[in-house]
Design a protein around this ligand. Structure first.
Ligand SMILES: Cc1cc2nc3c(=O)[nH]c(=O)nc-3n(C[C@H](O)[C@H](O)[C@H](O)COP(=O)(O)OP(=O)(O)OC[C@H]3O[C@@H](n4cnc5c(N)ncnc54)[C@H](O)[C@@H]3O)c2cc1C
Length: 313
């Protein structure tokens, strides 16, 4: 069966929804790297109820992959089998009551940071520097400038592959550095965060400080996926990932159209025509050079999904 026939077969077995299905969707173009393969089927739910009904009606043999806004994601050139779900604005409602901020999994961290500032709630400023969705931030325990999602987390709701909805406490999230212990088959639906009452101008000033620091140190406005590798345990290596990469002589290294950023060498950049394979091969080359020269095995932070293979246009 060729790829398009297989995708049509997947399409035919999907439950009726109020949102939209798109066959053979250009998924890689939806990521920050702006490259990579296609999704057999892309589903955009109309709202949370629609998404829950979809999950419950989905035949168990069809794989499902959730993505946020693709700021930490590399879609391999051979594309992704089954259904890829992108929640987007349909599940992005944000409400604030007292010191609690509730948000749908599709809401953007930057929007939450702005809303919290307007409401005079501090502690969420770091989200201004993380260009992802709530779902991605929960899965990655995203963090910056000494704060991470686990610090502001109150509770979350997630649905498993069997269609059961779970309320997750802080302990059940098992937060660790850029990681949560929650099963990969759980898809986050929403979360509640807590801020602390503070002066709006002071919060705004901290957010500006974060934006200025990012401007100085990160290759913003490029096709990148943020930090490529997790920082290793500082006690073992004594250095951050970028320092190890620099020490191994990888700053500016290229493979095809992929390049290690000159500005922040833990960032990989698509200089224009990189394939996902160029980016992954460059990351693997960096890993092996760092291992050889420093003895430290870097761990990928960027999530890689899909099949290796020829790039389908
Ligand atoms: C310029 C730049 C700067 C960055 N700076 C930082 C930083 O300072 N700190 C930091 O931590 N990260 C940073 N990142 C990385 C990225 O923004 C975060 O990891 C972010 O949390 C990813 O969110 P996303 O919506 O883009 O998720 P995606 O990249 O789309 O997906 C990431 C993972 O989350 C999973 N996921 C997404 N939604 C859900 C859901 N609803 N339920 C379950 N799983 C889900 C996906 O399956 C995937 O495994 C940066 C990225 C860029 C491009």
């Amino acid at each position: 069966m060729n790829a398009l026939t297989h995708a049509s077969t997947v399409m035919e077995s999907l439950p009726a929804v109020r949102g939209s299905y798109e066959q053979d969707a250009a998924l890689g173009q939806m990521t920050w790297f702006r490259t990579g393969g296609r999704a057999e089927v892309l589903f955009k739910p109309a709202d949370e109820e629609d998404f829950i009904a979809f999950t419950r009606g989905l035949p168990p043999d069809i794989p499902v992959t959730i993505i946020g806004v693709g700021s930490n994601l590399l879609v391999r050139d051979g594309g992704v089998r089954g259904v890829v779900v992108r929640m987007g604005k349909a599940m992005a409602e944000i409400t604030i009551q007292d010191d609690l901020i509730s948000a749908g999994a599709g809401a953007l961290g930057v929007t939450i940071a702005a809303r919290a500032q307007e409401a005079g709630l501090a502690g969420l400023e770091f989200l201004k520097g993380v260009p992802g969705s709530v779902g991605g931030a929960l899965r990655m325990n995203a963090g910056a400038y000494g704060c991470e999602v686990g610090d502001i987390f109150v509770e979350a709701r997630a649905i498993d592959r069997g269609g059961q909805v779970h309320n997750l406490t802080h302990g059940e999230m098992e937060f660790a550095y850029r990681h949560t212990g929650v099963s990969e088959d759980h898809i986050f639906l929403s979360a509640v965060f807590r801020g602390q009452a503070a002066d709006r101008r002071e919060i705004a000033a901290r957010m500006k400080g974060i934006m200025d620091a990012r401007e100085q140190s990160q290759p913003l406005r490029t096709r990148t996926g943020g930090s490529t590798f997790k920082n290793p345990d500082i006690e073992d290596s004594g250095r951050k990932a970028w320092q190890l990469i620099d020490e191994a002589g990888c700053r500016g290294l290229t493979v095809g159209g992929a390049m290690v950023s000159e500005k922040h060498c833990n960032f990989l950049i698509n200089t224009g025509d990189a394939t996902a394979a160029d980016l992954e091969n460059l990351g693997d080359e960096v890993r092996s050079r760092v291992l050889e020269s420093t003895g430290v095995a870097l761990e990928w932070e960027i999530r890689r999904i899909g099949n290796k293979g020829a790039k389908l246009s």
